[in-house]
Design a protein. Structure first.
Length: 547
């Protein structure tokens, strides 16, 4: 569809909508002046609020109001909200945006005042076509049902599909579909079972990081020593570092759904139609513990409509996947880890354990992610970055300090298993940008809208993730064949939606859901699989190759 047509259509539509809003407010003026002022003010606040928030999302994250945005808001807690405001809202870019809208409102005010002084009104031959256009758009906006079988709304191929209000309507419906998916997931967890289990790995530990930019890890050649503890473990031969691992999504909740589920990207089945791997571990007899420093179920009543990364606290899902979980957040990750091990120091450990730690990691705001002891880097350490301001250099230093602290937390967890028959897997839910190739922090989806070289950098920062496996000395002694398989697979291209198949193999869980072609360390692993990332299914390898 030509952009000129789309622009003209939306311009006329929103002009029409604005005039109708003013007409509606005018009707209230006939009733009472105070009612008119209140109605007119409310309608303008809604219109301006929607517009300014939409532009804010686009500028900072290349997002708009949609189901994904609703989900982000739903899963955000008080801590994240305050840090978000500090990081993005109180910035010069946001200040300029607000000032622009204030100027627009002042201009509108004086334009209205000017028109009233001259008794200017909208003639019928202008209002009638406008009303007809609004009715045309409204018929689709109000009565067209969302079809969840479509990958995206553009399949309807009409002018209206490029209208923001229409997309907002679809997004609300999509959000309802995603909430319904939780009930489907819950029903499926109830009927899942395993055939047998050999308990090959009695202690399987998964550490899920947050917003870890792979290129900021000294394990992967970064010029700052951000992973000194893990580097020492690699030198002992107990830590295996994988070189080509990416995440499926650059958002926590979506990434979680895909690496917990036995479904893979573009499978004929959806994530909610399969068991979650903790369900299979629990069915097999493993004690499943989940400790998260991002998402906890603060209230037993507040879980009916969970659609964020806390979806696993849904009342129909949680009983099937966890034996144990934490109930409070900590300021720093080490406090959560300490809470877990102190509890089990008193109570003891079960014979077979699947333990999942979900860290706060390098989640923005970076300066709040580490203790003062780990404030090693300062902006002076980045004087070679002539492309950055002092403020941006400080952001990078704070990110690297958070990475250094994360190294300490991960190595601390590992140290608790060094004398056990245990295997520990660490990876991040997704990556991030921190002024790496442009002045930007956080995540965005604009890799296909900017210059190709920058787009590749954007994709790599946000989807390339560190992936490491620690095997204790006792584990290496008891399972030399698995250790060999791990070290053979270090350079294989892997995506985290295949993680459950690796875990089932390590545990010796036998089920029809297991597929060796998705097991990273299996000789049958499919290295030719297309790695499709983000909600628009970008082919990661094809895009990064520059084709």
């Amino acid at each position: 569809m030509p952009y000129g047509v789309l622009l003209a259509y939306n311009l006329v539509f929103y002009l029409s909508l604005s005039l109708i809003v003013c007409k509606i407010a005018g009707w209230f003026q006939k009733i009472h002046q105070a009612l008119y002022i209140a109605t007119h003010t409310l309608l303008h606040l809604l219109c301006y609020g929607f517009s300014i928030s939409n532009i804010f999302l686009y500028i900072f994250f290349n997002l708009r109001w949609d189901a994904f945005t609703f989900q982000l808001i739903h899963e955000t807690n008080t801590r994240e909200s305050s840090e978000f405001l500090e990081t993005y809202l109180f910035t010069s870019e946001c200040g300029l945006l607000v000032m622009g809208y204030i100027l627009l409102m002042v201009t509108e005010y004086f334009a209205i005042k000017w028109s009233r002084q001259r008794s200017i009104s909208m003639p019928w031959y202008v209002s009638m076509p406008i009303a007809a256009l609004f009715i045309y758009n409204g018929i689709f906006f109000c009565f067209q049902n969302f079809d969840s079988t479509h990958d995206n709304a553009n399949d309807y191929n009409t002018l209206i599909m490029r209208n923001m209000l229409w997309k907002l309507h679809l997004s609300v419906q999509q959000y309802d579909v995603e909430k319904a998916d939780l009930d489907i997931c819950a029903q499926n967890q109830e009927i899942m079972a395993v055939d047998s289990c050999s308990y090959t790995s009695p202690n399987v530990v998964i550490i899920i990081g947050e917003s870890f930019i792979k290129r900021h890890s000294s394990l992967y050649g970064y010029n700052k020593t951000t992973n000194p503890n893990l580097e020492k473990l690699r030198q002992t031969g107990n830590l295996s570092v994988f070189t080509d691992v990416i995440t499926t999504r650059h958002g926590t909740s979506e990434a979680f759904k895909l690496f917990l589920s036995m479904a893979c990207i573009k499978d004929s089945i959806r994530w909610c139609d399969t068991p979650l791997f903790p369900t299979l571990f629990k069915q097999a007899g493993y004690h499943v513990a989940f400790y998260s420093n991002q998402f906890v179920k603060e209230s037993e009543k507040d879980r009916e409509n969970a659609t964020g990364a806390g979806f696993f606290y849904h009342p129909g899902i949680e009983p099937y996947i966890f034996n144990e979980r934490n109930h409070s957040l900590n300021q720093f990750d080490e406090e959560m880890v300490q809470e877990y091990f102190e509890k089990h120091k008193k109570e003891g450990f079960k014979p077979y354990n699947l333990t999942i730690f979900h860290l706060l990691g390098q989640h923005v705001s970076y300066k709040d992610r580490y203790t003062q002891k780990y404030a090693r880097f300062t902006e002076k350490d980045y004087d070679d970055r002539k492309d950055l301001t002092n403020s941006q250099k400080r952001e990078v230093s704070e990110y690297d300090n958070a990475t250094l602290y994360n190294d300490y937390v991960v190595s601390t967890i590992i140290s608790h298993y060094q004398n056990q028959d245990a295997i520990v897997i660490y990876f991040s839910d997704h990556g991030e940008e921190c002024n790496d190739f442009r002045p930007h922090i956080g995540r965005s989806g604009d890799w296909d809208m900017i210059e190709r070289k920058a787009g590749i950098e954007c994709l790599r920062c946000q989807f390339d993730i560190p992936f490491i496996i620690y095997t204790s000395p006792l584990y290496q002694q008891n399972h030399p064949e698995i250790v060999k398989e791990i070290n053979t697979a270090l350079d294989r291209p892997f995506m985290t939606d295949d993680l459950p198949h690796l875990l089932l193999y390590l545990a010796g869980i036998h089920t029809s859901w297991y597929d060796s072609r998705h097991n990273l360390i299996s000789p049958n692993f499919n290295t030719k699989r297309r790695r499709l990332v983000s909600r628009v299914f970008t082919d990661y390898d094809e895009f990064c190759s520059g084709k």
